[in-house]
Design a protein around this ligand. Sequence first.
Ligand code: COA
Length: 336
Amino acid sequence: MAFEIVATGHYVPANRVTNDDLARTIDTSDEWIRSHTGIGSRHVAAENEASSDLAFQAALNALEQLSPGNPMEAAQTIDLVVVGTSSPDYYGFPSCACIVQDKLKLEKIGAFDVVAACSGFVYSLDAAAGMLRHGRKRALVIGTDVLTKITDWSDRGTCVLFGDAAGAAILDKTDAPEEGPGRRGIIRSILGSEGAGAQELMCERGGTRNPYKAGETLDKGIVLSMNGQAVYNFAVRAFTDTIQDLLDLEGLSVDDVKKIIPHQANMRIIRAAARRLKIPEDKFFMNIEKYANTSNATIPVALDEYARSGDLQRGDLIMTVGFGGGLTYAGNLMVW
Ligand code: COA
């Protein structure tokens, strides 16, 4: 029994905002953003677009691969929806996954969100695979975020980093072997957390710790805050360790891996990890230049772009690696 991705899809909102566009409203420049992050532009959701809207479009894009011209028909084969998101449509409930389930006209299936910040899609894949083991056949796994709606647009230390997107994968339980020769699907996942670093990247207001009080005026609204240097140091360490641990646990070398699909937070984080691990940079699939950090969406969007590039063949070994608020880190090793 194997747990394999059989289709992928993604969606980005139409509105593309370049670094030069940002430099017209805050004290920054295209040169600074590119040299410090590798980001060239990001896509920003429309006022009436929320995370579930992006997620639904990404899901349709993936389902279209299974049933060209009739994605809603393919949707009826799904019996589990798992959504990784840090910016659900509503605080607490309903989950984004329930809204997606309704948009897809699904009934009598489980649907829930996973909150693991930018590691959320990797966590969600592992959670879904575990749940497929117990009776279910096909899961829709989505990473979606509209962080631009919880970003302080006057803080140049954070607002230049983020964008909006969603990516989706259809995960099937198949008869392929999970171990030994010809093995396929997710063969190993690492999930990690370091809650002691929670305050380094957080949305401090709006929860039950610091609730919004009636009549209160919030200068910046409910926005995320970050200690950039601390997150950077954590990210390089966690990212490097996760790759090395996945390889060691399976007795593999990096040469066995065709591509690493990393969380796209900062090109410098990837470069620093590549140097430490002595991995060539082209081992990593990167699209941060176009989309910036879309949190839960970076890995499924990159996976979809890579899968559609023609370079990814059946039998190839690939790895996803995420890290983010929580602090969390995670990786999946899978045979395509
Ligand atoms: N444009 C221009 N200048 C900026 C700027 C911007 N957008 N943001 C910060 N600066 C300035 C700072 O004010 C500072 O100026 P000063 O030296 O006059 O005080 C200078 O650039 C250096 O700031 P610093 O914060 O030390 O930069 P950095 O090299 O650490 O880069 C980050 C900042 C945010 C890019 C980097 O810390 C980072 O990538 N951290 C990880 C963030 C991340 O990936 N988060 C998500 C994880 S999922």
